[in-house]
Design a protein around this ligand. Structure first.
Ligand code: PRT
Ligand code: ZN
Length: 295
């Protein structure tokens, strides 16, 4: 094991895998791997990827086998809620994909009024530690049955009265005649790291990687906006540009009263915004994606 190469744990296949690779590739990592590989050596940086099941990622970062991991916040929260001893994990960055919620869901015909209604009931879940923490907080006498999958079937099979499961669109609950009543945890993919300081070589690679990952995330959120306008409209236009700091104003050649305005907008630029810009005098409005950003 090369102690100077940064090791990152990534889900091998599943809901996180593709987007995790996408971010790393966008950060400039040259990756070559095949479906059966458990390990991927990055060709142009001192980084190795370990391709594994998402459930194993917190533990591998916690015990220092990997320096970093990309995993759902829900899996990390469950790991932390389960741990008997303090763990060595920290969140490095939120990555803005794989959004979901860990919800309590009950049969649709329940008239759920609050946690007190869970007294004496049975909850099926793949997240027993987070579920028990919720029960503990509310001082309830409620039983938890751990299931590794198909949790949504539990009420129908008579295994449990209700469930605590991940929800994104809500279609699975709907299909099983269940409704969400309470959110225990709001999740997205996160990058985690070990608390122990890295050696000098790894720290340098980590700093570079993190700056690039942040640049990738920022470039996704930001748009480059350009337009022409009469000089007098500049204040009104600046006020309309969402999340933009001072725009660049350039004199148009041969047009005394006309300028070009360029700005990086930190929020979405919608058709409504473009229509308002046009109403205050802007023309030839362009909204462009940004490929890379570095502060
Ligand atoms: O094989 P491995 O163990 O690595 O993968 P896995 O099967 O355990 O996990 P995977 O790939 O399914 O999910 C990985 C991570 O994706 C989760 O830990 C979450 O952080 C995130 N994620 C985002 C989701 C969902 N959305 C999601 N909808 N994980 C699971 N679901 C399931 C949910 O359990 C339920 O069965 O999808 C169903 C609900 O979806 P909707 O759209 O019908 O509400
Ligand atoms: Zn898993």
């Amino acid at each position: 094991m090369d102690t100077n190469r940064l090791r990152i744990a990534v889900q091998k296949s599943g809901r996180l895998a593709e987007k995790s690779f996408e971010i790393l590739k966008a950060a400039g990592l040259k990756l070559r791997y095949s479906k059966n590989d458990l390990y991927c050596r990055v060709q142009n940086m001192d980084i190795d990827l370990l391709l594994i099941r998402d459930d194993d990622i917190p533990e591998l970062v916690n015990n220092d086998v990997c320096d970093l991991g990309i995993v759902g916040g829900n899996v990390v929260a469950e790991f932390q809620a389960r741990a008997d001893e303090p763990e060595n994990i920290r969140q490095v960055e939120t990555l803005g994909f794989a959004d979901c919620r860990l919800d309590l869901a009950v049969p649709k015909d329940w008239n759920y009024r609050g946690p007190q209604d869970l007294e004496g009931k049975v909850i099926a879940t793949s997240y027993p530690a987070l579920t028990k923490a919720f029960i503990g907080e509310h001082g309830l006498n409620t039983q938890v049955v751990e299931m590794s999958g198909a949790v949504e079937l539990a009420p129908r099979l008579g295994i449990a009265d209700l469930i605590c499961d991940l929800v994104s669109t809500g279609a699975t609950l709907e299909a099983n005649n269940l409704k969400p009543v309470s959110t225990l945890y709001s999740s997205q993919a996160i990058m985690i790291g070990n608390l122990k300081p890295l050696n000098e070589a790894k720290q340098a690679v980590f700093a570079r990687l993190l700056q690039r990952v942040r640049g990738v995330l920022a470039s996704r959120e930001n748009k480059y906006v350009m337009m022409n306008a009469p000089k007098a409209s500049v204040p009104a236009i600046s006020a309309l540009l969402p999340g933009a700091s001072a725009p660049t104003v350039i004199q148009l050649a041969g047009r005394e009263d006309q300028v070009a305005i360029h700005a990086v907008c930190a929020e979405g630029v919608f058709w409504e915004t473009m229509e308002k810009l046009r109403d205050v005098g802007a023309s030839a409005i362009l909204v462009l994606p940004i490929e890379k950003m570095m502060a």
